[in-house]
Write a protein that binds this ligand. Structure first.
Ligand code: FES
Length: 122
């Protein structure tokens, strides 16, 4: 039985070792941004490992390609590539569903406005 402690909520989850941190968090209704669906190509799912790095698998080739070999400095990993076997503590404070939705809506408005502007010129 593995456990994942999550900051800043201070929640602890009993997790499935066969699923990635991203999948485990989603299963528990915890938001972590992802654009690629967990295929190690968007880097949206970056989390910080605060404790228990020895309980997490080493970086995959794809993860190292995206983040570089600087975990010892940044403590950043891709949630979609991390599997916990034991206990670990992570920080997901960079993942705020509401601000991500607001940012996306602003982007959509801007794009719509841009489309409307180009239609007027025609
Ligand atoms: S979800 Fe896209 S890199 Fe992890």
């Amino acid at each position: 039985m593995s456990k994942l402690h999550v900051k800043p909520s201070d929640e602890t989850y009993v997790i499935d070792e066969k699923k990635s941190i991203l999948e485990n968090l989603r299963d528990n209704g915890v938001y972590v941004k992802s654009s690629c669906g967990g295929h190690a190509s968007c880097t949206d799912c970056i989390i910080k490992v605060l404790d228990g790095k020895e309980s997490i698998n080493g970086p995959t080739f794809d993860e190292t390609k995206l983040l570089g070999n600087v975990f010892h400095i940044t403590k950043e990993r891709l949630a979609c590539q991390c599997f916990v076997n034991g206990e670990a503590t992570i920080d997901i404070s960079a993942h705020d569903k509401r601000s991500d939705e607001d940012r996306q809506q602003a982007k959509n408005r801007k794009n719509r406005h841009g489309i409307n502007q180009s239609k007027k010129k025609i």
